[in-house]
Every structure is written in C-alpha cells, then in structure tokens.
Unconditional design. Structure first.
Lengths: 429, 172
C-alpha cells in the first residue's frame, strides 16, 4: 500500500493543529512527502517560486492595494451616505444601509474583513446610538460584508482561478458572482427587516432630493472603480491584471486628488500595510503550489474523485457532502488557504459530475464566506466583535437567523446553476 | 547586535518591498498605456514584472514572520495550558527555521543550476528570480531563530496581539 498520501496529509494536519502557519505547514509537509517518495527536495522551492511566476497572480497585489487606497481615502463614508439615500427610510433603516453599503463597497474592496473594519467602524457605533442592540449591529455588519467576496472584483476569485490551474476565465467568474452576491444581500435584508420589526428598531428619514443628488455625485467616482475594472475585463479590453493596475492608479488619483481626506504622506503607510497583507497571500499561494504539485504527483485528486463518487451516488448528494465539508472546514480555517487547498482536490470531482468550474468557484466563495462569520475561527467575526465591543459568544447567539439566510442562498446557488451562469452566458458567448 | 543588524535588514526590506509594489503598478500601467497610445507592447514589461513579483512576495513573507501575521489555526493551541503553549510556540518557530533552511540550501542549488538559462525577452538569467528564494530564506530564518528560545514573557506579548488586527483583510 502506498503510504505517501498519509505522510503528506498526516504531517500537514499535525503541523496545522500545532499552530504552524498554514503556508509553512503546506511547504514543510510537501518537503516531507517529497523526501519520503525520493524526489529531489529542490522541487519544493522551485514549485514555490514558479507558483508566483504568473501574470494572472499580479492582479492580487493590485486589487488589495487599490482597495486599501479607496478605504483609507474615505470611500466607505460615501458608500454609506449613498445607501442611506436608497434604503435608510425602511424599518431598521441603518441595518438596510449597512447591507447596501457593503454591496457597493464589495465592488471596490473584495474583502470582507476590510469591509467590516471600514463600514463597521462608522455604522456599528451609529446603530448603537440609535437604539439597535450591539449583537444585531455586529451580526448585520459581518454577514453582509461577505458580499464583497463574491461581488466583483474580488481577489479571492483570482486566487480560485489560480488554484484551478488557470483554466477558469476571470471575466466569467466576475460576471458569475454578481447575482449570487446580490442574493446574499437581499436575503440578509429580509432577515434584518423581520428582526428590526420585532425589536421595534427605528426607521430613518427620507433624504431630500437636492441632498440626495449631491451624495450621488460624490459617491460616483468611487463606484466607477468597480465599473472600470469589471468593464475592461468583461469586454476584453485589458486582462484582469492590467485593469487592476489601472484601478490602482485611478484609486490613487481619486483618494489623493479628488476626495483629498488624507495627506500624500499616508501613501507610504498604505503601501506598507498592503505589502504585509499581500505577501501573506503570496506565500500561501507559493506554498500551495508546491503542495498542489505533490498532490498531483501522488494522484490524490483522482483518488478523492473516485472515493467521493463511490460513496455519494447522485450529483445532488456529492454537492451536499462538499458543502457540508467546506462549511466545517470554514469554521476552523481561513478563506485563502482553504481555496488553495481544496480547489485542486474538489474541482476534478465536480467537473466529473458536470458542474461548470465558474459555478463551483462561486459556490466555494459563498460557502467559505459563511465560514468567515462562524466561531471558533472567523476573521470577520473577530474584527466585527472587536469594533462592536461585544463578546464573540453574545454575537454568535444572535447569528443563527443570518446563517439561515446565507445557507439558503448557498443551497439555491449550488442547485440552480442559472443564478451563476446567466450573466456569463449573456456577455461571454 | 543581532537585533540591530536584523532591524537594519528589515528596514531595508520594508523599503524595497514598497518600491517593488509601486514599480509593479508603474510597469503594468505603462504596458497598457503603451499598447493603446503608442500601439506597441514593451517587450520587457511582463517578464520584468514576473521577476519582481517573486522577489516582492518572498521578501514580504519575512516581514510576516517578524509580525506574526501569517494565518494559522490558533484554535486548538489556545486550549492548552501556558506551559504547553510555550513549547508549541517554540516548535512553530523551529519548524519555520527548518523550512527557511530548506529555502536557503535548495534555493541556492536551484540558483546555481539556472545561471546559464536565460529568459526569452530580457535575456536575464533565470537564476535572477530564483535568487529570491535563498535570500528570503535567510531573512525568514533570522526572524524565526530567536523564537526557538522564546520565554514566557515574550509569549504573552505575542498572544495578546488582537486576533483580527494582526491579519487585516488577509482572510478575504
């Protein structure tokens, strides 16, 4: 019997449980497995460097940098003002504002933690002042911020495209995420509205037309970022990497010369913060590419496909198993590493049962987005609770209705491919 | 002494990575501009960018080791008593050191093997981009080494860092 897969996964699991960073766990277990099967260990570091040597990957640093420039440049406050014009007058108005602002903001940052920390910092204290409970305010903020992962542009979508081996079109992924992203927002609005009515939260006031037009004009340049990136990619004018570089230049100009809320001196700090976030993601991608090489060398994706299709008889059951597995993994692990680890293993399974890789990508992002809001480990949950000044336990007790909304959307998107594939089908023949 | 040299090294890396990130934006923007405005694609742009991004990513990873921002599964280790956690922390740094050693040794071999091969457009040696592996290995090693002899006081400083702020928006 070939023990190499057990050596690989065994050492990986042990290192992971002992709190070794995911990137080093991936690298070290690849090294151990490579030595075990008698390959030259040099291949591990070579695959690491080769994993970063990809033009598509360059979009990730650029998206993160553009998002940071926009966030620090005061875009969040403008998105909130805009959302207030649109939905502030409904019962539980500030919760609606929170969700709609995340929808807009998601088109700019593509990161749920960035969304929670920028929109949450403004809205959670505001909600508490107006009589909303802290657990509710934090729940609305963190769950709605996961829209940013699916609504394009999203650097996690690029990570998925890379993990899928470059065979997935980024333009199609971007288009595919729009409807499911909006569905998450709508489902959360229904739940928040019902709870708001029961707890008798206030409604906001209608914004006068003149004021509304002024707010619309102010938020327009920020919203345009998303339109530029997605538009260029969809119409094939520029690659995702090129349009993300243009987005950085655009965000730089808007933040420093149009909104002008921060001095030019902040640029150095924004760059350094971005470097730290980006290199964390890059090291993960590098290490995952060694790990992926070993997986392929040991033919593990083929073995998993066979085993899964053997246990679950129908495509329906396979997808259910995969979703449950991912939700469980999402409870203890973060998004980017999970995308990188599970994609090479599960993508062959789902393509075998006839699922489009774009459809699977959106299901994966949606599923792991829920994981960011679940204890014991949920980055977005942690940040939201820190901002709301409330314990994780208390927030978790308020979360189930919101989980229910998200899981319902997840199942709809999983089993009705139309939601994901409709837009790519129209725009990309 | 060790600290002073390492701080100098880190300061240099912080500057270099910032410059590399800005340079990447400029190069790719120039590529687009050149294609549309001057009607030609600069032959060197993509290849140079790919060399720079390998350097950028790997050097930055060392800063992540210094700041303890690399994503890890903290949950299970948190359940342990303080004395066991200290051992776990030391183990993590030891594994990091070992992996950095692999990066240094295998990386150096990789560099030596590829000095003769050149990239198609710019004719730079392939080793130029692989050189980032051993150099970053040294940087990561230097930052992880003191942690192998971590004491209880420094451990509580590491652990009290707020969970969310440490890995701002890396999660997604």
């Amino acid at each position: 019997m070939n023990l190499a897969p057990f050596v690989l996964f065994g050492s990986f699991a042990v290192l992971l449980l002992l709190r070794v960073p995911v990137a080093f766990s991936l690298g070290a277990s690849s090294f151990i497995a490579v030595v075990y099967v008698g390959l030259d260990p040099m291949v591990v570091v070579q695959k690491m460097a080769d994993g970063m040597d990809s033009f598509a990957l360059l979009a990730i640093p650029f998206f993160i940098l553009a998002g940071n420039l926009m966030t620090e440049g005061g875009i969040a406050a403008r998105m909130i003002d805009l959302a207030n014009v649109l939905v502030g007058f409904i019962r539980g108005g500030l919760a609606m504002v929170n969700i709609v602002a995340s929808m807009f903001f998601g088109g700019i940052s593509g990161s749920s933690v960035a969304d929670t920390s920028s929109i949450g910092t403004i809205l959670i204290p505001m909600m508490k002042r107006k009589g909303y409970d802290a657990d509710y305010s934090v729940s609305v903020t963190i769950t709605s911020s996961t829209q940013g992962i699916i609504i394009p542009p999203s650097h996690n979508a690029i990570i998925y495209a890379l993990a899928a081996g470059g065979s997935v079109s980024i333009a199609r992924l971007f288009l595919g995420g729009i409807i499911p992203g909006v569905m998450v927002g709508l489902a959360l609005m229904v739940v928040s509205c019902l709870i708001a009515a029961r707890r008798n939260y206030p409604r906001g006031e209608m914004v006068p037309l003149r004021e509304a037009l002024k707010i619309l004009a102010g938020s327009f340049p920020g919203l345009l970022t998303a339109v530029i990136i997605v538009g260029l990619v969809i119409f094939g004018v520029a690659t995702a990497t090129e349009s993300s570089a243009i987005a950085v230049v655009y965000a730089f100009l808007i933040a420093f010369f149009f909104y002008r809320e921060i001095p030019l001196g902040r640029l150095s700090g924004i760059l350094l913060n971005s470097v730290k976030t980006i290199s964390m993601v890059m090291l993960l991608i590098a290490a995952a590419s060694s790990f992926g090489f070993v997986l392929a060398y040991l033919r593990i994706p083929a073995l998993v496909t066979e085993a899964l299709l053997h246990t679950a008889k129908s495509p329906f059951a396979v997808l259910l198993m995969i979703n449950v597995l991912l939700l469980a993994l999402g409870c203890v692990m973060d998004m980017a590493p999970l995308i990188l680890i599970v994609t090479p293993v599960l993508l062959p399974v789902v393509t075998k049962i006839g699922m489009d890789p774009v459809h699977f990508g959106i299901v994966l992002l949606l599923n792991l987005g829920i994981g960011l809001c679940t204890p014991p480990v949920g980055t977005t949950l942690f940040v939201g609770c820190a901002i709301g000044g409330i314990s994780i336990e208390k927030t978790t007790r308020a979360l189930p209705p919101f989980y229910l909304a998200m899981v319902s959307v997840l199942l709809l998107v999983t089993y009705v491919p139309w939601f994901t594939m409709f837009l790519p089908g129209i725009f990309m023949k | 002494m060790y600290r002073a040299v390492l701080n100098l090294f880190s300061a240099a890396v912080e500057t270099v990575t910032r410059v590399l990130l800005s340079a990447l934006v400029v190069i790719i923007s120039w590529q687009v501009f050149s294609r549309f405005a001057l009607n030609r694609t600069p032959y060197w742009a993509e290849e140079t960018a790919l060399v720079l991004v390998v350097w950028f990513g790997l050097l930055g990873a060392g800063l992540g080791v210094r700041d303890g921002t690399h994503l890890a599964v903290e949950f299970f280790a948190r359940l342990l008593p303080a004395s066991a956690r200290l051992v776990v922390h030391r183990f993590v740094f030891a594994v990091t050191c070992c992996f950095a050693l692999v990066m240094m040794i295998s990386g150096a071999r990789l560099v030596l093997m590829t000095t003769e091969q050149t990239l198609p457009a710019t004719h730079l040696p392939v080793a130029v981009s692989y050189l980032a592996v051993p150099i970053s290995g040294i940087f990561i090693f230097l930052h992880a080494l003191p942690g192998v002899a971590l004491d209880a006081a420094r451990m509580s400083a590491i652990e009290s860092a707020p969970a969310g702020s440490a890995n701002e928006e890396g999660g997604g």
